[in-house]
Design a protein around this ligand. Structure first.
Ligand code: IPE
Ligand code: IPE
Ligand code: MG
Length: 240
């Protein structure tokens, strides 16, 4: 039975995806890398819709890392244009879709236009609660932790906090993901078996599923397979 027909209780509430393999997909077809990113953005739309159909509450996607600035200017600007296009569309359909958008990462390095779109998407959708998409843009797990540490230090300097009172739960409130439960499942397509600076804090006890399919080829059935794999795992959280 397809997951979409199964009980909604059977899916993890938070799935995170490293959308990888666009470049290789394009190369296989003799196309420019940007064509791979365009195909990848279409996959994202389909998979986000599917997640909603099967009742996933939070979907976090890695769209651009703090390391991805090492790529050519052409590739970077192609990616930024696709993101802008997606957000303009999402803003048009905002009321119809009812998806809450959040953005993880250091947005200060994005263009003013893209930053404005991100701010508008998160503020206009902040009241929606059924489904939430977290976009990781200029995101690095280490960068997120360092920025959180600086915010905490500023609160200490301002006398709002004492330096020796910090708990893990408090610290989480300084992260970009404040208020979002940790992902139960992190999926990386494309065959690479690493997390590449994605959700370092939040994935401490996530189940990692690595898949050989390239992101532009990723289908709802592949998400079903990852979820089935997730349910075969035995999660112990350090217990016996
Ligand atoms: C993922 O695909 C998209 C981004 C990192 C922005 P890649 O562009 O990394 O694709 P590969 O890994 O080169 O195939
Ligand atoms: C991770 O993929 C970043 C995104 C998918 C946005 P990369 O392709 O940048 O990671 P590496 O270089 O293979 O580790
Ligand atoms: Mg890659």
């Amino acid at each position: 039975m397809a997951l979409s027909e199964k009980n909604k209780m059977d899916v993890p509430q938070h799935i995170a995806i490293i959308m990888d393999g666009n470049g290789r997909w394009a190369k296989q077809r003799g196309l420019p890398r940007t064509a791979g990113h365009k195909a990848g953005s279409e996959t994202f739309r389909r998979i986000a819709d599917y997640c909603r159909t099967i009742g996933v509450k939070y979907l976090t996607v890695y769209a651009f890392s703090t390391e991805n600035w090492k790529r050519s200017e052409e590739e970077i600007s192609g990616l930024m244009v696709l993101l802008e296009r997606y957000l303009v569309e999402a803003l048009q359909d905002m009321e119809k879709n009812g998806v809450r958008f959040r953005f993880f990462g250091d947005l200060s390095r994005l263009s003013p236009k893209l930053r404005r779109l991100c701010e508008e998407a998160s503020s206009r959708s902040s009241a929606y609660s059924e489904v939430q998409v977290n976009f990781c843009l200029n995101y690095g797990g280490r960068d997120e932790i360092v920025r959180a540490a600086m915010d905490f230090a500023r609160d200490v300097a301002a006398g709002k906090r004492s330096a020796d009172s910090l708990t893990e739960a408090d610290f989480e409130n300084y992260l970009d993901s404040a208020g979002v439960p940790d992902p139960e499942l992190v999926i990386r397509p494309s065959g690479e078996q690493r997390t590449s600076n994605f959700l370092n804090w939040q994935s401490a006890y996530s189940e990692l599923v690595f898949m050989d399919v390239l992101w532009p080829d990723f289908k709802p059935e592949d998400l079903d397979r990852a979820i089935e794999e997730f349910y075969r795992r035995s999660r112990r959280f350090g217990g016996a």
